[in-house]
Design a protein. Structure first.
Length: 334
């Protein structure tokens, strides 16, 4: 988490002809809504283009960008939304003006793409040897065009450190909230999500598109079992107990559950418990032992194992990241 300073974090959004208005708008809405405890803006967001002026969108109205490429040199974060007119034509490299604009970005600046904006980053070599994602409809073409990039076709977003990529428009919301969360903590990101009326956090590794059958009206569902499980995550829960809540056999319940969620019941339960543990680490002063008990992992050792497997960090490191080094309880062993 970055330490807030008196100057807002500068975000530059590079738009090109064919930009999707939703992608441009979500960046301004989310970063523009982030406020400090004193109500001060934490970000300043500007829209820039290769040549300032009117830019075509993929809708029936244009937008005006008053800033040129100089804004990229002055930014702390650069966002590249998609252009349906240009992105998938970059197999032979970027147009010189676009490449020159990207060359103005300082080496320490964070760069992120939304949807097929990843084609821009890849064509400029920024994703070579890295993992990345883009819209699921374009991942095959992306992988063929840029073999040096490790494509993750199903995830919502990939945080590669300095360079981040996301899937379609809605996944851009998840990526922006993730960056806000990393910059200023979970409480600020949750406040932005509440203002925007979107979920405060979805895992980057969550599937961006899973074809699922639509349940027939009046047909069986597993929603009651899920609600029941969420109200007692701290308790040991079995597949048999979950199936009994819906009066189904274990086999039928498991099949229906996977159709509705894309996960097995135990995979889903593990994710819910991990989300509960993260919430407790962010919002309470509980010891890690208590967090483990209240989230259903039982012991601190089990919680550490699941955290390391899912997030690559310990509960203590997670708490420090999202609450700062002075977070209560940091004198305790995680």
């Amino acid at each position: 988490m970055t330490v807030p300073s008196s100057a807002p974090h500068r975000v530059a959004v590079l738009v090109r002809h064919g930009v999707l208005p939703m992608e441009l708008g979500l960046v301004h809405q989310l970063f523009g809504s982030a406020r400090s405890a004193r109500g001060e803006p934490l970000y300043s967001v500007v829209t820039c283009a290769l040549t300032p002026g009117m830019i075509r969108t993929d809708a029936d109205f244009p937008i005006r960008a008053d800033h040129g490429p100089r804004a990229l040199a002055e930014a702390d974060t650069v966002l590249v939304p998609a252009s349906h007119e240009e992105d998938e034509s970059y197999a032979d490299g970027l147009p010189p003006a676009l490449a020159a604009a990207l060359d103005r970005i300082p080496s320490g600046t964070r760069i992120a793409s939304i949807c097929t904006g990843a084609f821009v980053l890849a064509a400029h070599g920024l994703l070579d040897g890295r993992s990345a994602t883009t819209h699921w409809l374009s991942t095959d073409h992306f992988a063929r065009t840029f073999p040096a990039v490790r494509v993750e076709p199903e995830v919502l977003y990939v945080d590669g450190g300095r360079v981040l990529t996301s899937a379609g428009e809605a996944a851009g919301v998840d990526l922006c909230l993730h960056m806000i969360r990393c910059d200023f903590g979970a409480a600020v990101a949750a406040d932005v999500a509440r203002r925007t009326v979107v979920p405060p956090h979805r895992e980057g590794g969550q599937a961006q598109y899973i074809p699922r059958p639509v349940a027939e009206p009046g047909g069986s569902s597993t929603s009651a079992a899920r609600a029941w499980a969420l109200s007692r995550l701290e308790q040991p829960l079995t597949l048999r107990e979950l199936a009994d809540r819906e009066a189904m056999s274990v086999r039928t319940f498991s099949r229906r559950f996977r159709e509705e969620t894309g996960l097995t019941p135990m995979q889903w339960l593990g994710r819910q418990r991990l989300a509960r543990a993260r919430q407790l680490l962010e919002e309470t002063d509980h010891t890690v032992d208590r967090v483990a008990a209240e989230s259903g992992f039982g012991t601190a050792a089990s919680l550490r194992q699941h955290f390391q497997a899912a997030l690559g960090v310990s509960p203590r490191a997670y708490r420090v990241t999202f609450r700062g080094p002075g977070a209560p309880g940091e004198g305790r062993r995680p």
